[in-house]
Design a protein around this ligand. Structure first.
Ligand SMILES: [Zn+2]
Length: 118
C-alpha cells in the first residue's frame, strides 16, 4: 500500500474527471443562493470561500464581501446639503440578488436625486 498524499486540488480534479460537479450555498438577500463552482473554484473554496464565490459571480472578493456587508442595498451616490451620503437606495438597488448587478449599480442615484430634485 502506498502512502500517497493528494492536495485538495488533486482530489477535486480527480472527482471532476469522474463527472462529479460542485455547488456552494451562501447568504443572499432572500435566503441562500446556490452557485456552481468549476473544479478550480472548488479548490479555491477549500482555502478561501469568499474568493471562490466571488469568482463564480464574476466580481472581486472585496466586491462580494461589500455586497453582503451593505445588506445587498446600493446606496444613492448623492450628498445631502450637510455633506452626508444620501441614505436612499438607488432605483432597483434594494435587495440586489447578484453581486455583479450590485457593482453595476454603484454610483447611481435614488429616485429623488436621479431627477435632479432636492
Ligand atoms: Zn438620493
Amino acid at each position: 500500500m502506498t502512502n500517497e498524499r493528494f492536495t485538495p486540488a488533486e482530489v477535486i480534479n480527480r472527482l471532476a474527471a469522474e463527472g462529479i460537479s460542485f455547488t456552494a450555498s451562501h447568504d443572499g438577500p432572500v435566503g441562500k443562493v446556490t452557485v456552481h463552482l468549476s473544479p478550480d473554484q472548488a479548490a479555491r473554496y477549500w482555502d478561501d470561500p469568499p474568493a471562490a464565490l466571488a469568482e463564480a459571480h464574476g466580481v472581486t472578493r472585496a466586491q462580494y464581501l461589500a455586497w453582503q456587508g451593505a445588506g445587498y442595498v446600493v446606496q444613492c451616490a448623492a450628498r445631502t446639503a450637510r455633506g452626508r451620503q444620501c441614505r436612499n437606495p438607488v432605483q432597483g438597488g434594494h435587495l440586489v440578488e447578484s453581486p455583479a448587478q450590485w457593482v453595476a449599480l454603484q454610483g447611481d442615484y435614488c429616485l429623488l436625486h436621479g431627477e435632479g430634485l432636492e
